[in-house]
Design a protein around this ligand. Structure first.
Ligand code: AMP
Length: 113
């Protein structure tokens, strides 16, 4: 069996984290090494290694995650100013192979105008 990812350990409460939202499909935590003043990770509870591995059966989950991005942005009061990043694959800088969405606010990134 594959070793549990760090995020699976967080989901299973075997590792500590600062949880800001949780439901049956996902958990949102503060990033341990924030790349912006606000940096949240919204993690899928279903283990999909990366977004390019998702399939039709994940349609509801993926829609749910994006809706939660909006809800969490309102919860944090950043709904008018945040960036969403999904890294896909090691070469693209993905370090934890367990689908997660970065929600970041308070920093200007070079790819924005
Ligand atoms: P990625 O590079 O897209 O795979 O993002 C992984 C993110 O997980 C990085 O931003 C890390 O800082 C973050 N991270 C790694 N370990 C932990 C942890 N134990 N708690 C919270 N965030 C973590």
């Amino acid at each position: 069996m594959m070793d549990k990812t760090i995020f699976q350990k967080i989901i299973d409460k075997e590792m500590p984290s600062t949880v800001i939202y949780e439901d049956e499909l996902c958990i949102a935590i503060e990033d341990i090494a924030p790349a912006a003043p606000i940096h949240i990770l919204l993690i899928s509870k279903t283990l999909i290694s990366k977004i390019s591995d998702s399939r039709k059966e994940h349609q509801y989950l993926l829609g749910h995650l994006l809706l939660k991005v909006g809800d969490i942005s309102r919860q944090l009061g950043i709904e008018d100013s945040f960036n969403v990043i999904i890294n896909n694959g090691k070469k693209a800088g993905m370090t934890v192979p367990h689908l997660h969405i970065h929600i970041m606010s308070g920093k200007k990134f070079s790819f924005t105008s």
